[in-house]
Design a binder for this molecule. Structure first.
Ligand SMILES: *Cc1c(COP(=O)(O)O)cnc(C)c1O
Length: 366
């Protein structure tokens, strides 16, 4: 039987009537942009994360872009980040006029290697952007210690990491600001694009609010050069229906990850590490590391099993961003992972029997 990589139809099936009612409610108000549902969702999401402020925007990319701008990152500044990420992390830094500086990732956790940060810092460095890759929390205590020592802002890319926590604290509140994505395939997804900036800092929240909506508190009184990066009310209304289910969905993702872990561990496959504290990973993606990745990928595809690679080309080797990096060979762990990562089906609607089927095909193709 075919196993999808992610089955949003199945995930939404029990919620269809409630979502349809939420959309109709927005239609009744005729307030389609930054309406009442956006404000309500911002409060609910901030509470869910455990931060003072959430400001909803039209994508995770915009959330990153505005989080950087609200922290005064701009031309002449350097921002330390990773190359093993979705391109948006780096593009957002470039949008501000700042220069991305790449560091390698840890070979076990696959997130930013704190040991690599200090040698990348210069007098121009203004911020560090760690990515909670695949939904695993980055090494925030080490990163924050380094940031404090050098007076740098930490801006978390939490696009894949809704609800992941370190020592009881949820990501989104560690640094100066954090960016979440509500792209449909994310752990909390809208039915279109969406994102949010979270922060404990009222001034940062205020600047993001200004920047997302033409820099005007009062209509036509534009205080700052700004953008149209507002969230639609319909997306907020849909997110409000889905948010109360997110803890249960995360628990189901963890169950599936544990099932994979048991099966793959028995076969000696290098795979996503399950942290001792289960709260440290929300399994947006479950990846394995295979020397013969492309052979296995082909075989899984032929058996109707959905797969992904997150990500096949590190950002420092992509044409538009090459000039910011040191070229091939400069980030050996990142480059090795790009060649050997394979993401297995991961969806709250899949169970242990699905994991068994995926792993048995995977093992047969080795
Ligand atoms: C999805 C994603 C983004 C961008 O979010 P969009 O909502 O698609 O703009 C940024 N960073 C990471 C790591 C992501 O996975």
């Amino acid at each position: 039987m075919a196993i999808p990589f992610l089955d949003l139809g199945e995930l939404h099936r029990p919620l269809r009537a409630e979502i349809a009612a939420a959309i109709e409610r927005v239609m009744d108000t005729s307030s389609f942009v930054l309406g009442q549902d956006v404000g309500a969702f911002e409060r609910e999401f901030a509470d869910w994360i455990g931060v003072e402020h959430a400001v909803a925007v039209n994508s995770g990319t915009s959330a990153l872009h505005l989080a950087l701008l609200a922290n005064n990152i701009g031309p002449g500044d350097e921002v330390v980040t990773v190359s093993m990420t979705f391109v948006a992390t780096v593009a957002a830094i470039v949008y501000t006029g700042a220069t991305p500086v790449f560091v390698d990732v840890d070979p076990v956790a696959w997130t930013m290697d704190p040991l690599a940060i200090e040698s990348a810092i210069t007098e121009r460095t203004k911020a560090i952007v760690p990515v909670h890759l695949h939904g695993r929390v980055a090494d925030m205590s080490a990163i924050q210690t380094i940031a404090a020592r050098h007076h740098l802002a930490v801006i978390e890319d939490a696009a894949q990491a809704h609800g992941v926590a370190l020592q009881g604290m949820s990501v989104g509140g560690f640094g100066a600001a954090a960016a979440f994505s509500f792209y449909p395939g994310k752990n909390l997804g809208a039915m279109g694009d969406g994102g949010a900036v979270t922060t404990r800092d009222a001034d940062v929240a205020d600047r993001v609010r200004l920047l997302r909506d033409w820099g005007a508190r009062q209509k036509y009184h534009h205080e700052v050069h700004a953008y149209n990066m507002r969230l639609d009310s319909i997306q907020a209304a849909i997110l409000r229906v889905k948010l109360p289910h997110l803890r249960a969905w995360t628990a189901q993702r963890r169950e599936l990850a544990l099932a994979y872990d048991r099966l793959l561990g028995a076969a000696g496959i290098r795979r996503a590490q399950i942290p001792d504290d289960p709260n440290e990973h929300v399994f947006h993606v479950y990846s394995v590391h295979l020397d013969d990745r492309d052979v296995v990928l082909d075989r899984l595809k032929k058996s109707g099993i959905g797969t992904g690679i997150h990500y096949p080309i590190p950002v420092h080797l992509l044409t538009p961003y090459e000039r910011y990096g040191g070229g091939a060979g400069s980030l050996p762990v990142t480059e090795d992972l790009a060649k050997s990562f394979l993401s297995l089906p991961m969806c709250p609607t899949l169970g242990a029997d699905d994991a068994e089927q995926v792993v048995s095909v995977l093992l047969e193709s080795l």
